[in-house]
Design a protein around this ligand. Structure first.
Ligand SMILES: [Zn+2]
Ligand SMILES: [Zn+2]
Length: 150
């Protein structure tokens, strides 16, 4: 009888120490995961090495590090930033004569009056003069030959 009791006590202590080890391993694994996740996330948000290093160091702080990182990280991904700039560029056109910035919906430059469009030789439609191909028929635009004929 006493033999069974000892066995049970041993088993219980073995179980307790193993559960403690398991929790410790889980905590360490979680910390490593957080740091790896932050390293990946921050590299998509900034190119600044100092910023990246600082974020990873913050991630090493137990528990609060992860939440502090969520507060200090840049709000946008780098690629989203790029799309913003691209979409703005699509809506604007630089005058070839005075370098003034104009909206694409304007036909003439608001700063010097020069025309912002050229006529396609193939289909005779007006096309913005900073493009390489006609947006109506796809013919290549030879800017020098087209001149400033409206
Ligand atoms: Zn102009
Ligand atoms: Zn054309």
């Amino acid at each position: 009888m006493s033999w069974e009791l000892v066995d049970f006590a041993q088993m219980a202590s073995w179980l307790v120490s193993n559960v403690a080890n398991f929790l410790l391993i889980l905590t360490i694994a979680f910390r490593v995961w957080v740091v790896l996740w932050i390293a990946k996330d921050i590299s998509l948000r900034t190119n600044s090495f100092a910023y990246q290093l600082f974020s990873i160091l913050i991630g090493l702080v137990p528990i609060v590090g992860y939440f502090v990182y969520l507060l200090i990280r840049p709000p946008f991904f780098l690629k989203d930033d790029g799309y913003w700039r691209e979409s703005l560029e699509l809506q604007s056109i630089v005058c070839k004569q005075c370098d003034g910035l104009n909206l694409r919906e304007w036909d003439k430059c608001g700063w010097c009056g020069a025309t912002l469009k050229v006529q396609c030789k193939e289909c005779k439609n007006l096309v913005w003069n900073d493009l390489e191909y006609c947006t109506w028929c796809g013919a290549p635009l030879l800017i020098e030959e087209n001149g400033k004929k409206n």
